[in-house]
Design a protein around this ligand. Sequence first.
Ligand code: SF4
Ligand code: SF4
Length: 214
Amino acid sequence: MDDCRHRLETYLLREGADLVGFTSAADFASALDGSAPSDHLKDARSVLTIAVRVDAPPGTKKKRAMAEWRGKVFPLCELAFKASRLLFDESYHALVVPPATRSAYEALQGEISHKHAAVKSGLGCIGKSSLLVTPEFGPRVALISIITDADLGGGREFREDLCGDCDICVQVCPVEDTVNEEEKDGYYMIRKERCIKCYLCYTECPIGAGNTGH
Ligand code: SF4
Ligand code: SF4
């Protein structure tokens, strides 16, 4: 287990990943129907999450932020594809769960929750914006996950609240009462149905704001 995990992590960081996390498939016990790893891969045991930074510091316009994010999708898919080949080479099954597809983007729900996998594997917390917030890059990351039947071990869940007294995303959100400070099941939530996907909570978060260059 440790050797395979170490090989994957070393390979991914060398090839361009900024963050790599591992969590057990069992950590998705409270996932919505159809969103658990085992709903997609029989005998799923682990989820590997890869993050690449997105260059969208405060002040970045929505179109530019979207372009920066989209520009990371192909490299992420390539990284995940190659990592899945490493797993296949060791006789494991691996299913790449891509970054949000259009339908997932519209519904704000993907095949599995990349951000919850990231929290469980210790990469960051869910901020008041309901986005994954990493200590290194804030919410400015693109994520991809791989579900595998290899036992890659779990991570240490990220338990720190990086937001603290900050409420910038609450203040900049143009739709009243969309970003709020309520928590559900220990995570901050937004009112998804009101969100106009303006990207302001993504770009204006101060955490990691100076650390987004390529
Ligand atoms: S802008 Fe502030 S409150 Fe919102 S996610 Fe970032 S750190 Fe948290
Ligand atoms: S994307 Fe825009 S509308 Fe949606 S929660 Fe963030 S700031 Fe509010």
